[in-house]
Design a protein around this ligand. Structure first.
Ligand SMILES: NC(=O)c1ccc[n+]([C@@H]2O[C@H](COP(=O)([O-])OP(=O)(O)OC[C@H]3O[C@@H](n4cnc5c(N)ncnc54)[C@H](OP(=O)(O)O)[C@@H]3O)[C@@H](O)[C@H]2O)c1
Length: 259
């Protein structure tokens, strides 16, 4: 898959990591970028980056009718960036499986961070397959996961569960598309500057730097991509001793007065 000359669709394009993807796709010579967001009024600055190449689209990824409207509208894409996501309730107790007052928040996280991405892959797969014929570089799906898919981030266990499920679904979708020229990439993102990560005081990678790295790895054909501050280091630490790594994270949860 070649970024130069591609036609891409980015979900959650109005903010953070998604906005970084739109900027970098334009910089690297994309032919057209569909910038999708659930609040279209927030897309004005993104469209202004290059009104000839940026096409704003309204898309709440959890709403079936909106997804179904977008599949034919953007049927010319050969790159799908499934980026939009939520971390869960701002109230820590509501992010627990047992302590929450209901499963409403966990279900919304699962709907947004897992099912909606799978539906996006299902809706666009036929177009992505078809469009490989017109482009020698092929087509690609990029699913933005998280390093939190590699273990349970206990403070955000519904988020971790959804991202982990999506990591496995990414493998399943990759296998189903293996005989086509559509490559499927899972991005285990570390810390990146955005609204979602704003509370943390740790070092973070700027969103455009994250996008550049991911797109370069996609062009090289890497399937699992560890991008953003600390992602590769965390992956290595987990591989070395997954049980010990998880144990320290559970201990950290119990030491955290905000849990
Ligand atoms: N930042 C990090 O350190 C980090 C680390 C690992 C993984 N990630 C992943 O990176 C992705 C982007 O997050 P971010 O860090 O850029 O956070 P962000 O700044 O909060 O952006 C999230 C984006 O997703 C959109 N979104 C949420 N729910 C949506 C829905 N139902 N339909 C359409 N759009 C929706 C938001 O739109 P609104 O503006 O309308 O809310 C926003 O554009 C997420 O999948 C996140 O899990 C981030």
């Amino acid at each position: 898959m070649k970024v130069h000359g591609c036609t891409a669709l980015v979900t959650g394009a109005n903010e953070g990591i998604g906005k970084g993807f739109v900027e970098v796709l334009l910089e690297r010579g994309a032919f057209k970028v569909y910038a999708a967001a659930r609040r279209p009024e927030t897309l004005a600055p993104i469209t202004a980056l290059d009104p000839k190449r940026v096409v704003p689209l309204q898309l709440d990824i959890t709403i079936d009718t909106q997804r179904r409207a977008v599949f034919p509208q953007a049927s010319d894409i050969n790159l799908l960036v499934n980026n939009a996501g939520i971390a869960g309730s701002p109230t820590p107790v509501e992010r627990r499986f047992l302590g929450a007052s209901s499963m409403e928040d966990a279900r919304l996280v699962m709907e947004t961070d897992f099912w909606a991405h799978v539906e996006m892959c299902r809706g666009f797969a036929p177009h992505l397959v078809k469009n490989t014929q017109a482009r020698d570089g092929g087509s690609a799906i990029i699913n933005i996961l998280s390093v939190g898919a590699l273990f349970c981030v206990v403070e955000y266990s519904s988020y971790s569960s959804a991202k982990s499920a999506l990591a496995l679904a990414t493998i399943g979708i990759r296998a189903e598309l293996m005989k086509s020229k559509v490559t499927v990439h899972g991005v285990f993102t570390g810390a990146v500057e955005s609204r979602m990560s704003a509370k943390g005081t740790h070092a973070k990678t700027p969103a455009p730097e994250h996008a550049h790295y991911v797109l370069s790895e996609v062009e090289k054909g890497a399937e699992d991509i560890y991008a953003g501050m600390g992602a590769l280091e965390m992956h290595q630490a987990i591989r070395q001793d997954p049980v010990a790594f998880q144990r320290t994270r559970i201990e950290r949860y119990w030491d955290n007065p905000m849990k």
